[in-house]
Design a protein around this ligand. Structure first.
Ligand SMILES: C[S@@+](CC[C@H](N)C(=O)[O-])C[C@H]1O[C@@H](n2cnc3c(N)ncnc32)[C@H](O)[C@@H]1O
Length: 213
């Protein structure tokens, strides 16, 4: 097995160009074909970038990950965060809509000895989700419609007890408590300037047992 880091892989495989190609050659033509109207919103939602390693470390702590957790990266890109979780021995999955990123990510997972099908292709707003207990999403470039849809799906995932986002804040229902919100300066892509982003963590409120008489 080649023990290269995801950062090295992303650099050599030029995942950002891949993502641009994915957008222009595959996603946009596909949306046009299916009559998607809000192309701007869809493009914004699909913009790619990788969560920096320092934030990935915080993520492990904020999600309070244990060996029996099921982790899900919603909008998993090339699978960098996913590979890190698998490397920690956690049962982890990722969903990504860009076929080219999924293919590159699956290649990377395989090269590291992880099951490539842990990264699957799908629109996270509509595809089935694993029974995740801990959820992460890099929300920075999602449209408002995507953010609303994501919040609804998380609320409907009964197995989930913690959620972390990097970027735009989610509006979860009163069943969730925002535990942590800290601003970080993030460089999403190699040639971009740093931008301020919020790292937020929510925990599901304990269920109150039904009142007994
Ligand atoms: C900023 S990248 C984050 C990649 C990875 N999670 C990380 O943190 O390193 C966000 C990813 O979400 C994906 N995405 C956006 N909307 C999506 C949707 N509706 N379904 C699946 N993936 C989506 C984009 O294609 C992009 O690759």
């Amino acid at each position: 097995l080649r023990q290269e880091t995801f950062e090295e892989f992303a650099r050599e495989s030029d995942l950002h160009t891949l993502s641009h190609r994915g957008l222009t050659q595959e996603l946009i033509p596909g949306w046009l074909e299916t009559g998607e109207r809000d192309l701007d919103g869809r493009i914004v939602s699909s913009a790619y970038g990788e969560t920096p390693l320092s934030i990935q470390e915080r993520l492990v702590k904020l999600l309070s990950l244990h060996s029996n957790d099921i982790f899900l990266d919603v909008g998993a890109g090339g699978g960098g965060v996913l590979a890190r979780m698998l490397g920690l021995g956690i049962s982890a999955f990722g969903v990504e809509q860009n076929r080219l990123l999924v293919e590159a990510g699956q290649r990377y997972l395989k090269s590291q000895g992880f099951p490539p099908d842990r990264l699957s292709r799908g629109d996270f707003l509509t595809c089935p989700w694993p029974e995740a207990t801990k959820i992460y999403s890099a929300t920075s470039r999602y449209s408002q419609a995507t953010l609303r849809g994501l919040a609804l799906r998380i609320q409907a995932t009964d197995s989930a007890s913690r959620v972390v986002t990097l970027g735009k804040e989610l509006y979860l229902s009163t069943g969730w408590t925002l535990e942590h919100r800290v601003e970080h300066r993030i460089r999403w892509n190699r040639d971009e300037a740093e931008v301020p982003e919020s790292l937020c963590s929510w925990v599901r409120n304990p269920q109150t047992p039904p009142a007994t008489r």
